[in-house]
Write a protein that binds this ligand. Sequence first.
Ligand code: CS2
Ligand code: MG
Length: 408
Amino acid sequence: MSGTDTIVAADVVVTSPGRNFVTLKITTAEGLVGWGDATLNGRELAVASYLRDHVAPLLVGRDPARIEDTWQYLYRGAYWRRGPVTMTSVGAVDLALWDIKGKATGQPVYQLLGGAVRDRILAYTHASGWDVPRLLDAVDARREHGFLAVRAQSGVPGLGTVYGVSEAAAGHERPDRHGTGPDEEIWDTDAYLRHAPEMLAAVREHAGPGLKLLHDTHHRLTPGEAARLGRALEPVNLFWLEDVTPAENQEVLRHVRRHTTVPLAIGEVFNTVWECQTLITEQLIDFVRTCVTHAGGISHLRRIAALAEIWQVRLGPHGPSDISPVALGASLHVGLSTPNFAIQEYMGYEPVVHEVFRHAWSYEDGHLHPGDEPGLGIEVDEALAARFPYEPGYLPVARRRDGSVTDW
Ligand code: CS2
Ligand code: MG
């Protein structure tokens, strides 16, 4: 690309093959097409509008080769900075422009990022069960599928519905599609804290020392509770304990760190390097979870990785089934070319999602690879996508036993 091409269209595709996905399509005068994921689970149309109404008119006429300049223009030019809606929108543009640059040069994006620093990317998947025996069966099933790293979540005695527990088809999160508003779940921290250490110890004993074992507390504990849980889990030798506190107040993590050496992973809801800064530079976490979709795209995730590298913090990006295969592919291009990339979350998708989003990335023996197609290696079947119109959906809301709202 000599800098002579021009963006002629920026269109937003909203499709719901089992769950909602928002995708940005940028087209150039030379006929190149770039794809970017813009899915913000439960708030999808806000990003679709931000892109359609505010960003697309600014893109038409711009040089697609100027990825960094466009990033700065959208980020600084909006005046209103950061936040999930803005950064998901900026990220979608960034992904689509990297895709175009790859296609224009005939290179997979990871080559443009400096080339491979590893041959393949370690993946972790989810296993869950309403009780411990069923969880152990689920862990076995994931290991039979080749996974070397598994996130284990189980039901809690006395609670009806628990975050992360679904016995649906392997690795597929239940779609949260209904127009009637969020499901409400009852949460009881004491019951969870009584159960979690013995549940994870049972998985470790069953699976042996070799399994990389992860667990997600999903933003629910106070610093004191988190410190106690971390200590109790030390014999289990977790790969990481995720989102122990809501992390809006990051200073509270100092208390957790003083009391436990359990590796901590945080950041799936962060949108910029500035939200990661304290956690990284004070070494309050071991893994940063920011996602290529919600944290400003490839360009910005690489900046977060560069800051984290100095402090020996590694990347373990968010990769649930509510980000699209476009984002997963983009994350893998970063993963293959970034030294301090440790692991990629990979829940998998329903078969129809693989039909709508055809991708060069692949899974084999517990590892992922972005493939060697030019660009991100994704093609979206727009005709098929059009057969699945948007359906309103919400993430659940959690309440304590006294009826007050708490973190889900
Ligand atoms: C989770 C997500 O993958 C994870 O670690 O925390 O499943 C999260 O609950 C969803 O992305 C919310 O949309
Ligand atoms: Mg999580």
